[in-house]
Design a protein around this ligand. Structure first.
Ligand code: SF4
Length: 324
């Protein structure tokens, strides 16, 4: 009974205590999940109707100086290392435009090869070449001056996952020089500069508890990002859907990316699906978002349209602007 009361309270007030979030997660039932999903669906429809936006993600580099424990491209990991030059990135964006993907995400860890000066020229060039596109950067922590330069060049959004909002966990998963205070500082700078700011957390790391997850939800409640990504590390699908619905009730007008199977995520309250457009590469930087299948083709996008249409949603290829 208290589960229903808390879900209704969340839909009304947009917040719960961390203890209430933890109990909702620990004691979740089919009935509480169904109620949550119904209310999340109502909120998403109120703000975005049945439209689902697509984002074309380009993993521009797999080179990163950091050693985050769970990341497949940490400095000491054995993985395919590559770095796309600006010309290659432009070509890739052109291919994405050919597929009518107008929301472009350039993603990597903090690879210093990509100076703010270089990125500013690239962003300006993208807007000149593709006037209807949006450019989201997910390129790690940067200085305020650097971020301002990117904003002034026309970058629409910046995505930087906090990964975990629990300071001690962050320290365990991110060896120095990374630190939670710097991550939070950078997120605050992004909002302050005026970026549509995206953040998110990891679901399914070893030993993660419902108390940890409740801290992540509390962080979103307090930070009020414009967009949210949950990154599944082999997380249970029902738990992921439950979390998506909770996030939708906390942030009714957020752009919320489906973390796994698109139809399941959308039915739980997501309104964005990411598709990969990087040719033959899979860098998956945890600080910049979840794994995406790719590269997208006309056929795979048509299949995605059908999959979403089967559950009552339609793909919108236009700009995925925050409806705030
Ligand atoms: S999570 Fe980001 S910063 Fe950490 S190793 Fe991976 S790409 Fe680098």
């Amino acid at each position: 009974m208290f589960l229903t009361a808390w879900i209704e309270k969340l839909a009304r007030d947009r917040w719960l205590t961390t203890g209430e979030y933890a109990r909702l997660l620990r004691d979740r039932t089919q009935e509480s999940a169904a109620l949550l999903r119904r209310l999340a669906d109502r909120e998403r429809r109120k703000h975005y109707g049945t439209r689902v936006y697509l984002r074309g993600v380009i993993d521009v580099s797999s080179i990163c100086p950091n050693g985050c424990v769970l990341c497949s491209q940490r400095i000491d990991a054995e993985c395919l290392r590559y770095r796309m030059r600006p010309r290659e990135i432009l070509d890739c964006c052109e291919e994405a435009q050919g597929l009518e993907l107008s929301n472009l995400v350039l993603r990597c860890g903090p690879d210093r090869f990509y100076s703010e000066k270089m990125l500013s020229v690239l962003v300006e060039r993208l807007h000149r070449s593709f006037p209807d596109c949006t450019v989201t950067l997910a390129m790690g922590e940067r200085s305020r001056e650097g971020l301002e330069m990117l904003y002034n060049a026309g970058a629409d959004r910046y995505l930087l996952l906090q990964e975990t909002a629990e300071k001690n966990r962050f320290r365990q998963l991110h060896p120095p020089p990374m630190c939670w205070e710097r991550r939070l500082h950078c997120l605050n700078e992004l909002k302050d500069i005026g970026f549509q700011t995206g953040c998110g957390f990891l679901v399914g790391w070893p030993g993660q508890t419902v108390e940890d997850l409740s801290m992540e939800l509390k962080f979103l409640e307090e930070f009020q990002p414009h967009s949210v990504e949950l990154v599944s590390l082999d997380a249970d699908g029902e738990l992921l859907s439950f979390l998506i619905s909770l996030v939708r009730l906390i942030l009714p007008n957020a752009l919320l990316t489906a973390p796994g199977a698109p139809a399941e995520g959308v039915l739980a309250g997501a309104n964005v699906v990411s598709v990969g457009v990087t040719p033959g590469r899979d860098s998956f930087p945890l600080c910049g978002g979840g794994r995406v299948e790719g590269p997208a083709t006309i056929d795979s996008l048509a299949a995605l349209r059908r999959e979403l249409a089967d559950v009552g949603f339609e793909v919108d290829m236009g700009r995925d602007d925050w409806n705030g």
